[in-house]
Design a protein. Structure first.
Length: 182
């Protein structure tokens, strides 16, 4: 049996981002049989423009589409910017949703995690990410979600947060697409 490949889209471009740190934890602590790959180059994606999406596609978009198409699952790690998702994450979802109806995200089990310094822990952003991915054709797995505030904990070292991340990854990996569709 082959490994389950999970591609992670990190919604923060900051070099020392907490969300990049969460993605790294997911990658280094993935259980046996699960390979977590962090999609690189989201900052190189031009804003989605149908004029650019013809017979030739920008290299960054083609690379992202190929990486996600070769995966079994997709997970967004998203901060909350002004009550919603970051533009870089929305742009990645837009590129992955095309061509319409057969984009790399179509039928892909999808989860979203993240942290925010608020009592809601990024819930608004995560709602928007899940809605956008679902409209784009992904299969949003509600159990593969984590909204975590970091008002009182260091999310990168807190054992409870790490356990929640592991549970989200497990839920996403174990999601049975056929059973859910029935």
């Amino acid at each position: 049996m082959s490994d389950t490949r999970v591609v992670v889209l990190v919604g923060s471009l900051r070099a020392d981002s907490l969300h990049r740190g969460l993605a790294e934890i997911l990658r280094t602590e993935a259980p046996q049989g699960v390979v977590v790959e962090i999609a690189e180059g989201l900052d190189q994606l031009p804003f989605y423009n149908e004029d650019l999406d013809g017979e030739t596609v920008p290299t960054a978009a083609a690379d992202l589409r190929a990486q996600v198409a070769g995966a079994d699952r997709l997970l967004a790690v998203s901060p909350e910017y002004n009550g919603t998702m970051p533009a870089v994450l929305k742009n990645a979802i837009d590129w992955l949703s095309r061509p319409y109806g057969v984009g790399a995200i179509t039928g892909m089990p999808f989860g979203v995690v993240g942290v925010a310094p608020s009592p809601y822990g990024g819930k608004w952003a995560h709602d928007d990410v899940a809605r956008s991915a679902g409209v784009a054709g992904a299969v949003v797995v509600e159990q593969a979600r984590l909204d975590q505030n970091f008002l009182e904990v260091d999310v990168l070292t807190d054992t409870e947060v790490r356990a929640k991340l592991a549970e989200v990854l497990r839920s996403l990996v174990e999601h049975d697409v056929e059973a859910a569709a029935a």
